[in-house]
Design a protein around this ligand. Structure first.
Ligand code: FMN
Length: 209
């Protein structure tokens, strides 16, 4: 069973900053696919009628700027929601480590710039295939519909076969403003909050679990 690394002395003045570092370590390894833990967060966006949530894959962690990057289809409703109001939350849960992470941040959409292009180029054909879907995600259909050309269905495509989907691909970049960490344990739960400014830790506090 995997553990979330804890500082040797929880009452030391550096304990919270060590936990903050470990949070970013786990985010980075989750994005790299090395630790499934925080790979599949739930992204919540604001809409005119409240909030909407969906599962997304954490793709890249830009630690220097305190940012997290995701792939999405520019036609999906979350993109319009983020364009209207970039305030979002992310909820991660690592089942093995029993650690939850709540993030509040500001999201932006990147379709043609270097963020989007580098993610497109780094993506595998398997992960990018869905951007060749003929219909906008969420389109109502008369009958079941895989939203994928027959020629691409059920197989791993070659790179050249998915290039046409580039127009539908974009990156969501979320700059983290605050994080709240909760570690459940039989030996005692722990909870802490962190405020960030431009990727740097500004303040950290223990809070009651
Ligand atoms: C395990 C899993 C991973 C997913 N990863 C992504 C993702 O990385 N990006 C994405 O746009 N949608 C992803 N989806 C689909 C979304 O959850 C959602 O259904 C879709 O993006 C449409 O969302 P929207 O209509 O709220 O914009 C994933 C779904 C599952 C079940």
């Amino acid at each position: 069973m995997a553990n979330f690394p804890l500082p040797a002395d929880l009452s030391a003045g550096t304990a919270l900053s060590e936990i903050h570092t470990s949070i970013w370590d786990l985010l980075a390894s989750s994005a790299a696919g090395n630790a499934p833990g925080w790979r599949l967060p739930v992204l919540a966006t604001l809409t005119d009628h409240g909030c909407e949530q969906r599962t997304v894959v954490l793709r890249v962690v830009d630690r220097d700027h305190g940012a997290l990057l995701f792939h999405t289809d520019v036609r999906s409703s979350k993109v319009e929601q983020v364009r209207k109001d970039g305030r979002v939350t992310l909820l991660f849960y690592d089942h093995d480590r029993s650690v939850q992470l709540k993030i509040r941040g500001v999201a932006s959409i990147h379709q043609t710039d270097e963020f989007a292009q580098s993610l497109w180029e780094a993506g595998t054909p398997a992960s990018l295939k869905m951007y060749s879907a003929p219909l906008s995600p969420g389109t109502q259909c008369d009958s079941f519909n895989h939203n994928m050309a027959e020629s691409l269905l059920g197989r791993l495509p070659e790179r050249y076969e998915i290039e046409a989907g580039r127009v539908n691909f974009c990156a969501i970049r979320i700059v983290v403003q605050s994080a709240e960490w909760l570690r459940l344990s039989q030996s005692g739960h722990l909870r802490a909050s962190f405020e960030l400014i431009e990727g740097r830790l500004d303040s950290a506090d223990w809070i009651a679990p």
